[in-house]
Design a protein. Structure first.
Ligand SMILES: [Zn+2]
Length: 221
């Protein structure tokens, strides 16, 4: 019996130097302050996951290649706001993959994984963040900013998300939704205008698309 030794190209071991050289090349070529996994995946020869595996982590690989590591310091509010905007544009719970879609999400899933350990845990953090205050309403301090109002005009993130969720991320007039048509932008509208004494509370708020919202203000003003 003759044994055949066939070289499987896929499994051919790429040496560390080749990888480091490619990291350096791409880093130089892109002329950026640090090299993200996403940037490398779009421009590099190898995959960022292969590089991470080989060197233990992405940051360790960068260190070996003498590329400065970028620390992403996002505040919890920024992280949560970003999930909420992706959630709204998809009209459903975002996946890890949605987070890596640059047009949808300005913070990549990596930042969430570093902070929360897993995407599922990040979503859990988001849900409890949104539940934090009872109904999301922010009340005025004795009406100092807005005489005659119990609430502030600004609709905070929690309340905004509650309204969107209640309205199924769709315009209450025409039903348009960014999940179906990415060009649709949803606004939160005071049913009774704030300027006419309407309060910033769930019952007085509704989801409208930009078109219907503009149409509404043309009629009422
Ligand atoms: Zn509409």
């Amino acid at each position: 019996m003759v044994m055949k030794f066939i070289l499987n190209i896929k499994n051919k071991k790429i040496n560390d130097e080749e990888i480091l050289k490619d990291l350096k090349d791409i880093f130089k070529q892109l002329n950026i302050t640090s090299l993200s996994m996403k940037d490398y995946d779009e421009n590099g020869k190898y995959s960022s996951s292969l590089v991470s595996r080989r060197f233990g982590s992405w940051n360790k690989a960068l260190k070996q290649a003498d590329i400065p590591c970028r620390q992403e310091y996002w505040t919890v509010d920024e992280l949560m706001l970003n999930i909420s905007s992706v959630w709204v544009s998809k009209g459903r719970q975002p996946t890890r993959r949605d987070m890596n879609n640059k047009t949808l999400s300005r913070i990549s899933s990596g930042a969430y994984l570093r902070k929360y350990g897993s995407w599922y845990k990040a979503l859990k953090a988001f849900v409890s963040y949104m539940k934090d205050s009872k109904d999301g309403t922010s009340y005025n301090n004795k009406g100092q900013n807005a005489p005659g109002h119990k609430t502030k005009r600004d609709i905070n993130l929690r309340l905004r998300f509650k309204v969107l969720q209640r309205d199924n991320f769709k315009c209450c007039i025409c039903g348009a939704s960014p999940a179906k048509d990415p060009s649709v932008v949803l606004h939160i509208d005071h049913k009774k205008p704030w300027s006419k004494g309407g309060e910033t509370v769930l019952d007085n708020l509704q989801t409208l698309c930009e078109k219907c919202n503009l149409g509404k203000s043309n009629i009422s003003e």
